[in-house]
Design a protein around this ligand. Sequence first.
Ligand SMILES: [Zn+2]
Ligand SMILES: [Zn+2]
Length: 157
Amino acid sequence: MSNNNYFCTCCAVAIESHKAVNCLICGKTYKIECVNISTAEARKIHAKSGLTWSCKDCLNMGNDLLSLKRAIVNLQSEIIKLKTAVATPPAPNTITPILVQEEKIIQEINEREKRKGNLIIYGAKEDGNAKSNDDQLKSDATQIPKILETLEVNENL
Ligand SMILES: [Zn+2]
Ligand SMILES: [Zn+2]
């Protein structure tokens, strides 16, 4: 390898091989004085002893890539949050109480409508054997005519 095979990328000056460094990433050659590398450091780089060097452009690109990666990771977590929000149905409490309330109101109105035609008889016997509301109604149906008879009220009045 002859001494003046290299030219610095930044200043185009001819470089002796022991004073030239190559960027690890782009492979461009620089004079060590131009990129603040000591001869001792250059020796280590040339010996491939683990010390590597990359030019400013490549380092900046690395930083740009890092910020891009960070931006992508942030966007991904935002997308996951949005997807979860869309996929989760609204909590049941937000809808059901309104329906239940409406049902109760309708039931109450129906009950009141039924009671409009009611005749309240105090002291009428509750059927002890009545298992359901229907049984009680049957028992009432047999009791009431007897009560009316006693009171001498004509049912067809
Ligand atoms: Zn230079
Ligand atoms: Zn480079």
